[in-house]
Design a protein around this ligand. Structure first.
Ligand SMILES: CC(C)(COP(=O)(O)OP(=O)(O)OC[C@H]1O[C@@H](n2cnc3c(N)ncnc32)[C@H](O)[C@@H]1OP(=O)(O)O)[C@@H](O)C(=O)NCCC(=O)NCCS
Length: 261
């Protein structure tokens, strides 16, 4: 029976502390919101989420898909930040969603700006694909990636999957079709690139799948090595991956210092 997005979110929330040794983190996953419907909501019909600079940024996007994914990514980022503050920094007053401003560095990496930038000291990652967006907030550098299955993954597989990595995936996940199997690796590597790429984003082939580890409840951990020449290294990154509908969703929390230190 396929998992719903809500069940996927709850599964990841339960599994994250197990895989990542109780590192503080909060997640959000949402179906894409229609920006025109969102902007046309009558006053008082729901919390106002975007600050004025964010409304201006939304207005600058003209492509409907990008507008919708950008908006939903922002909503998810603010929800994940609020959830994080509620759970891990309860001594702070819970901010209005408009005060949790989400900006992008010149590299494109998202960050929390506005009044909460200084106090939060937390890292943020955003992803969107197909009909969904997702965000992850954590105390250390983190990454999230969501991607719908696409035949393009097979066409470009040499750019991100080496033969030995395909063998590991096939051995560990024999019941998964080739495209979903490749998609798990793609999202795991994208999430890891976002997490470790603050200074320089590594190439897909600079991250190597070392092994898969089963976890309970339909999640798989893909352990990626950051040094392709070393068979094992302390810098190996476990990435928590799962599927729902026709999408893969991967999350990674690094054990490195605070992303904003
Ligand atoms: C940044 C990148 C990882 C985004 O991945 P994607 O699968 O295209 O898109 P996703 O929806 O998963 O992620 C998009 C989000 O990633 C975040 N992002 C962008 N650049 C980032 C970076 N350098 N580090 C971390 N996160 C980044 C942003 O929040 C963005 O959403 P937003 O613009 O709405 O805020 C990817 O586009 C990339 O590798 N870019 C580098 C340039 C590159 O290699 N280009 C060649 C393409 S063939």
């Amino acid at each position: 029976m396929p998992k719903s997005p809500a069940a996927t979110l709850s599964l990841l929330e339960k599994t994250l502390p197990v895989v990542f040794s109780h590192h503080p983190a909060a997640l959000s996953l949402a179906a894409v919101v229609n920006p025109d419907a969102y902007l046309a909501r009558p006053p008082g019909s729901g919390p106002v989420v975007l600050a004025d600079p964010e409304l201006a940024a939304l207005a600058a996007y003209t492509l409907p898909k990008r507008r919708a994914q950008w908006l939903t990514g922002r909503i998810c980022a603010k929800q994940a930040t609020s959830a994080y503050l509620r759970k891990f920094l309860p001594q702070l007053p819970l901010p209005d969603a408009r005060d949790i401003m989400i900006a992008n560095l010149p590299s494109g990496r998202p960050e929390i700006a506005g009044p909460f930038a200084a106090v939060s000291g937390i890292d943020l990652s955003i992803s969107h694909s197909g009909g969904y967006a997702a965000a992850l907030v954590a105390a250390a550098a983190c990454g999230i990636d969501i991607q719908e299955d696409s035949p393009t993954l097979e066409r470009i597989c040499a750019r991100f999957c080496q033969p030995q990595e395909a063998q590991i995936l096939q051995r560990h996940l024999p019941d998964l079709q080739p495209i979903p199997r490749l998609n798990l690796l793609w999202t795991a590597k994208e999430a890891a690139r976002k997490a470790v790429g603050r200074e320089r984003m590594p190439g897909f082939l600079e991250l190597v799948l070392r092994r898969c580890e089963a976890t309970t409840g339909d999640c798989t951990v893909l352990v990626l090595g950051q040094d392709p020449s070393a068979p094992q290294s302390p810098r190996d990154l476990p990435v928590l991956t799962t599927r729902f509908e026709d999408l893969c969703l991967s999350v990674v929390l690094t054990h490195g210092g605070n992303a904003h230190a």
